[in-house]
Design a protein around this ligand. Structure first.
Ligand code: NAD
Length: 281
């Protein structure tokens, strides 16, 4: 997309963190903003902040696990602004716990329902009308470097994020085959200073009793909190997303220091070597 001015962006998980930074960046580029998020107080303050910056904003409480709620988000977006041009399937949580633990099943399901099914639903709900109106469009799916390397105790998160990478690669090929003017990017950051380590704030109460209701389990929780707190700033990520949309770049890797790990893993695969304890953690 060459010109974003006057176009419309839908951002799930837009009430805080990376999604809110994207909203600010796209607002600064002259876009109308549609924010869908599950956390109402954060969304209200985000809308106040974005409106005060002079941007046109509508918002809706949405649980991305529910396809009907995503359809309602599309409906209010079109009602407010007409055609949708940029879709950011960004809402996500970090949770999981060990693969071999039989007692964290519902936390795994919650994580994958949001981080993978939320993105699948977003594509299925929004893409048909974006394709049909024929104006240049772009989809940004938020994955992670956890979609390129599997850290211990973060299995549910990695399963979902690998899935988002695969979904996005498939989508861009299908758009090319169909000749649609729909660009696709997959956002793969390492640590960014956001509220992701406190994802359990949005967890349904009945899951809190499961042993891995924190983003990861055991002593790794404090390590993850520290890595996230010392992560890069959200506006750096939002700038990279904005540029990828303008330049139609698929891969958005915001942390150069993680790139050798991608090559190392690929080399291990073709060399037939077993995974070690390296990787992005
Ligand atoms: N922060 C990092 O280090 C990092 C690294 C890689 C990828 N990511 C990804 O970035 C995305 C944004 O996360 P963030 O880091 O900004 O965290 P964040 O917690 O600050 O923001 C996530 C947003 O998603 C919303 N959300 C959670 N569950 C939802 C649901 N069911 N439906 C709708 N909205 C929901 C939250 O309310 C919140 O506003 C996520 O997909 C995350 O996996 C983050």
């Amino acid at each position: 997309m060459e010109n974003l001015n006057g176009k419309t962006a839908v951002i799930t998980g837009g009430a805080s963190g990376i999604g809110l930074a994207m909203a600010h960046r796209f607002g600064a580029a002259g876009m109308n903003l549609v924010i869908g998020d599950i956390e109402v107080p954060a969304m209200e303050s985000a809308v106040t902040e974005l409106t005060a910056s002079g941007y046109q904003v509508v918002s809706l409480q949405v649980d991305v696990r529910d396809i009907e709620q995503q359809r309602e988000l599309e409906r209010i977006a079109i009602e407010a602004f007409g055609n949708i041009h940029v879709l950011c399937n960004n809402a996500g949580v970090g949770a999981g716990g060990p693969v071999a633990d039989p007692d964290n099943l519902e936390v795994w399901r919650w994580t994958i329902d949001i981080d993978l099914w939320g993105v699948i639903y977003g594509c299925k709900v929004f893409l048909p009308a974006m394709i049909a109106h024929g104006e240049p469009c772009h989809v940004v799916n938020t994955a992670s470097m956890a979609g390129h390397g599997s850290a211990p105790f973060m299995g549910a998160y990695s399963v979902a994020k690998y899935g988002v990478v695969a979904l996005s690669e498939t989508l861009t090929k299908e758009m090319q085959i169909a000749g649609n003017d729909v660009g696709v990017s997959v956002l793969c950051p390492a640590f960014v200073a956001t509220g992701i380590a406190k994802s359990d704030r949005n967890m349904p109460d009945d899951l809190r009793s499961e042993p891995a209701s924190t983003p990861v389990s055991g002593g790794m929780q404090s390590m993850i909190e520290s890595l996230v707190a010392n992560g890069i700033a959200t506006n750096v990520v939002a700038d990279a997303v904005h540029d990828a949309v303008i330049e139609n770049k698929f891969w958005i890797l915001t942390h150069d220091e993680t790139k050798p790990g991608v090559l190392e893993r690929a080399q291990q695969i073709v060399d037939g070597l077993n995974p070690g304890l390296g990787g992005f953690l």
